[in-house]
Design a protein around this ligand. Structure first.
Ligand SMILES: O=c1[nH]cnc2cc3nc(NCc4cccs4)[nH]c3cc12
Length: 373
C-alpha cells in the first residue's frame, strides 16, 4: 500500500510545484479541490470532474454525518465506492459548517453540541468523533476539528479559539492513530488577523507530526490584503516539506496570489455555486449569461480554451438555457467553471516549473481586466 508523501519538484520564489502521492493517486500541486458537499460535485458526473483535471475533491463531514450518516456510508463501502470517485478525497472536520449551518450550537472544551438543520435532532462533535467519522467515510486526507472565528473579532476571542484549536489538534492527531496506512491528517493554523497568534499556532502545529498543515480562519470576511498578509506571516513557519492548504479559497485572483505566496491546495464552492447562478469564469473574467447582450452572440465562451465546455456552445444558447431555467444551464456552466479553475491551476503549475509565475500572474490579470470583448 502506497504511503502518503509530498515532494516539491520546483520553486519560483515562495511558490512550489509539487506532488502528493496517496494510495488512490497523485495530486498535482498547486491543486484546486472541487467541493463535493453531499457525495457529489453538484450537477457533474464524477468522471467529468476527473476529465476536466481534478485530482482530488472535498467532502463535507457535517452534511454526510447528518445524511446518509457516517456508519451507513461505511456499511455501503465508504465514500469512494458510494459515489464512484476512485481518486483522492479530503474531508473537512464538520466544525466550520456546524457554526455556519446548524442551530442551537453549544461549544465547550470537549467539543460542540448542535441540532441538525434538517430535522432538529441533536448531535455532538468532538475531535475524536470527527476523526472517527472521517475514517468511516474513508477519506484519504482528514482535517482536525478546530474553531474558526469570522472576522473581525476581538483579539482575546481569537486567542482563545486559537488555543482551543491547538488542544483539539493534539486530540485529533491522537485519534487518527490506527487508521489504515496511506491516509493523512492535516492540522489547521488559526490566529485570525493577529500575526503573533498566527506564528504561535503555526509553530505549535509544526511540531505535532501532521502530514500537512492548513491555514484556516481566513476567507471569513476579511479584505484580501489581510488574508495575504496572514499567509506571508505564517509561511516561514510552515514545514517546507509538507503541503499547505488554504481553506475555502477562493476566487481565481485569491488563488493566484496565495499560490505565489506558497500555498499548495485550495477548495472553494465558488465555481460550482456560480455555475448554478448563470455565471461563467473565463480568461476574460466573469460573464453573466443572464445578460441580454448574449441573446444572439454565436461565439463560444472561449474558442481557444483547452476545455471543451468553453468551446462547444454559443453564448446565445447558454443565455437561452439560463432564461428558460433549464437544468442543462447549471450543468454546462458548472463544467465550464470547474474546467476554468483547473486550467488556471495547470497554468500556475507550468509557470512555476518554468520560473515565470510573476509574468504569468500579470498576463492572467490583464486578461481579466480586459474583460469580455
Ligand atoms: O478555519 C477553518 N477551519 C475549517 N474549515 C474552514 C472552512 C472555510 N471556508 C472559508 N471560506 C469560504 C466560506 C464558505 C462559507 C462561508 S465562508 N474559510 C474557512 C476557514 C475554515
Amino acid at each position: 500500500m502506497t504511503a502518503f508523501s509530498f515532494r516539491v519538484r520546483a520553486t519560483d520564489g515562495t511558490a512550489r510545484l509539487g506532488e502528493i502521492a496517496t494510495p488512490r493517486g497523485v495530486i498535482r500541486t498547486p491543486a484546486f479541490m472541487p467541493v463535493g458537499t453531499q457525495a457529489t460535485v453538484k450537477a457533474m458526473y464524477p468522471e467529468q470532474v476527473r476529465a476536466l483535471g481534478a485530482d482530488i475533491i472535498l467532502g463535507n463531514t457535517y452534511h454526510l454525518m447528518l445524511r446518509p450518516g457516517a456508519e451507513r456510508v461505511a456499511r455501503l463501502g465508504g465514500l469512494h465506492t458510494f459515489m464512484d470517485w476512485p481518486h483522492p478525497i479530503l474531508t473537512d472536520s464538520g466544525g466550520f459548517q456546524v457554526m455556519s449551518l446548524a442551530s442551537l450550537r453549544k461549544l465547550d472544551e470537549d467539543g460542540v453540541t448542535f441540532r441538525s438543520h434538517l430535522d432538529g435532532s441533536e448531535y455532538r462533535l468532538t475531535p475524536e468523533r470527527s476523526i472517527e467519522i472521517q475514517g468511516l467515510l474513508g477519506a484519504d486526507i482528514q482535517m482536525q476539528l478546530d474553531e474558526c472565528l469570522k472576522l473581525p473579532a476581538a483579539r482575546e476571542d481569537i486567542a482563545r479559539a486559537m488555543e482551543l484549536s491547538l488542544r483539539w489538534a493534539e486530540r485529533s492527531r491522537r485519534a487518527f492513530e490506527g487508521q489504515p496506512e496511506g491516509r493523512a491528517i492535516f492540522g489547521i493554523v488559526q490566529g485570525g488577523d493577529q500575526p503573533d497568534l498566527r506564528v504561535e499556532s503555526a509553530k505549535a502545529l509544526a511540531g505535532m507530526d501532521f502530514h500537512g498543515l492548513a491555514v484556516g480562519g481566513l476567507a471569513v470576511g476579511e479584505p484580501q490584503e489581510v488574508m495575504l498578509a496572514m499567509i506571508e506571516t505564517v509561511e516561514p513557519h510552515l514545514p517546507a516539506a509538507k503541503p499547505r492548504y488554504l481553506m475555502g479559497v477562493g476566487t481565481p485572483d485569491d488563488i493566484l496570489e496565495a499560490a505565489s505566496r506558497g500555498i499548495d491546495m485550495f477548495d472553494c464552492v465558488m465555481p460550482t455555486r456560480a455555475g448554478r447562478h448563470a455565471t461563467a469564469f473565463t480568461r476574460f473574467g466573469k460573464i453573466n449569461l443572464r445578460n441580454a447582450r448574449h441573446a444572439e452572440d454565436t461565439r463560444p465562451l472561449d474558442p481557444d480554451s483547452p476545455s471543451e465546455p468553453l468551446r462547444r456552445w454559443s453564448r446565445a444558447y447558454l443565455h437561452h438555457l439560463v432564461r428558460a431555467e433549464e437544468m442543462l444551464a447549471g450543468m454546462i456552466l458548472t463544467a465550464v467553471n470547474i474546467a476554468y479553475y483547473q486550467e488556471l491551476m495547470a497554468g500556475i503549475r507550468s509557470a512555476i516549473a518554468e520560473g515565470r509565475l510573476a509574468a504569468f500572474r500579470e498576463e492572467v490579470k490583464a486578461g481579466w481586466a480586459r474583460g469580455d470583448l
